[in-house]
Design a protein around this ligand. Sequence first.
Ligand code: ATP
Length: 509
Amino acid sequence: MASLLPPTPTATSTLKHSQMASPMKLTTPNNASFLQNSNHRLKSNSAKCHAVFGDVAKGLVENSVGMDQFQSIQSGIVQLERVTEGLSDMQKWGVLVFGGLTWIYLTARPGVLVGAIDAYLLAPLQLGLDNLVGRRNLKRSDFVVGEKLGEGSFGVVYSGVLVPKNGNGNNGSVDVVQKRGRGKTTQVEPKSKDKVILKKVKVEIQGAAEFGDYEEWFNYRLSRAAPETCADFLGSFVADKTNSQFTKGGKWLVWKFEGDRTLDDYMKDRNFPSNLESVMFGRVLQGVDSSKRNALIIKQIMRQIFTSLRKIHDNGIVHRDVKPANLVVTKRGQIKLIDFGAATDLRIGKNYVPNRTLFDPNYCPPELYVLPEETPSPPPEPIAAFLSPILWQLNSPDLFDTYSAGIVLLQMAIPSLRSSSALKNFNLELKNCGYDLKKWRDYTRSRPDFQILDGESGRGWDLATRLVSERGSLRRGRLSAATALRHPYFLLGGDQAAAVLSKLSLSRK
Ligand SMILES: Nc1ncnc2c1ncn2[C@@H]1O[C@H](COP(=O)(O)OP(=O)(O)OP(=O)(O)O)[C@@H](O)[C@H]1O
C-alpha cells in the first residue's frame, strides 16, 4: 500500500520571515522550482490578483501564530509517518480505522471531546474573564427589587433594576427613561438595558439550595455552549444582610430581562397567534390570508423551539420542563428557554437522580423519566462523560423534550387545548388512547379545530403525531429536535423567509 500520508516537506522547509516579505519569495530549498514556476504564472496574472496574494502573504507574515501552527502540523505529519514507517499496510489501516472510530466516538452526541474542552478550558477561562471584568462580583446593593413575577417550588422570581455603578455619571441612581402615560402624567421607567430578573432561592425549603446551584451551573454552561437559546445570565450573589426582600445568606440568581411576556402569556390572549405577528414578522405578512398567517407564526415558533432544543441536546442537556410558561418571547421575536432548574446534563450526569420526576405532568411524556428507571446513579464525571455516547445512543433522552414540544405545537394549533383544564382533559383522553394521537382524534368528543394542522397537506398533523407518541422499540420512534427540523412541515420555509424579510426591513429603518 502506498503511504497513507501526503508527501511531507523536510526539516529544511522552515519559512523565514525575511523570505516572506514579498509573496514572490514564498520559497523553500526543496520546492523552489515549483514556486519559481508559480512566480512566472503569478507575474502574468492581473494586478488585482497580485494584490490579493500580496495581502494574504502579508497576513501570513504578520500572523506568526498561524505559521507556528502550520509548522507544528507539518512536524506532526513527519512524526506520524516516522511512527508508522515500520508498520505493514494492514497495521497502517488498523491505526487509521482506530483513529477514525475514536474520533467518531469522541464527537458523537453528547460530545465527549467538546465537553472536555468546555470543562477544562472554557469554564476556567470564563471564570477568569468574568472575575476580571467584575461579572462575578454581584452584590445585593447592585439591585433594586421590583414586583413578584412568579413562584416555583424552589424559588421566587422578581423583576428588578441593576443600579449602575458610581463613577459612570449616574451617581448610583437608576438610569431612567421618561414616558407619557395615558393621563399625561410622566411615568418613570428603567432603561431596558438595566432591567433584570432576579430569582430568590428559597432558604427554608429542603433541596432548594441544591436546585439553585444547578440552575446557576446550567446557565453558565449554556452561556458558553449555546447562549442564543436561553436568557442572558448575569450571575448570582448571596445576600449580606436581612431586610424586606433579602434574607442574609440567601442566594439570588440574576438574568437580563428578555421580554414582558412568555409564550404562555401570549397563548392566554384570545388573539393568539396573531398577537405575535408584529413581534415575529413586523408587517411583512400583510396581504396574506389570516389562517395562513397564523400557520406561519406557529411554524416560526416551533422552528425556534426545535432549533434551541437541538442545540442544548447537542451539548448533552435535556431541559425536562419545556412548556409555554418557560419560553420567553423577546422584543425581537426570539423565543428563549428559561428555568433550567429541572434540566439535566447527561454528558456528566449533572442533576440526574434515578427515579426523580420534577416536571409539569401536562407536558411530560408517558415514560415519565428521562432515562429508564433502572439506570443507576452516575459514576464520577470523567467516567460518566466517557460512557455518555453509549448512554445517549441506548436511551435517546432528548426525546423527553421533543414530546413536550409536540404538546406545545398541539396547544398552539388547536385553540380548545390552550386552557390548563382542557389540556388536563386532553392528557387523560390521550392516556386512554394509549398515547396514539390518531386514535385520540377519532375518540375525542371535544371537536377540536384541526385547520392549522391539516393545512399544507396535513404536514403539521403528521409532525404532531410523530412527537406526541409513546417511544417505539429501542426507546426511539419519536422524532428528535434535529429530525423534526427536517420534517416536511419545516421544509417550505415561508416562515423563515418572512422572518428574514422582517429583520431586513427593521435594519433598514
Ligand atoms: N430572563 C427573563 N426575562 C423576562 N422574564 C423572565 C425571565 N426569566 C423569568 N421571567 C419571568 O419570570 C417567570 C418565572 O420564571 P421561572 O419560570 O424561571 O421561575 P420559577 O419560579 O422557577 O417558575 P416555575 O417553576 O413555576 O416555572 C416567568 O414565567 C417569566 O414571566
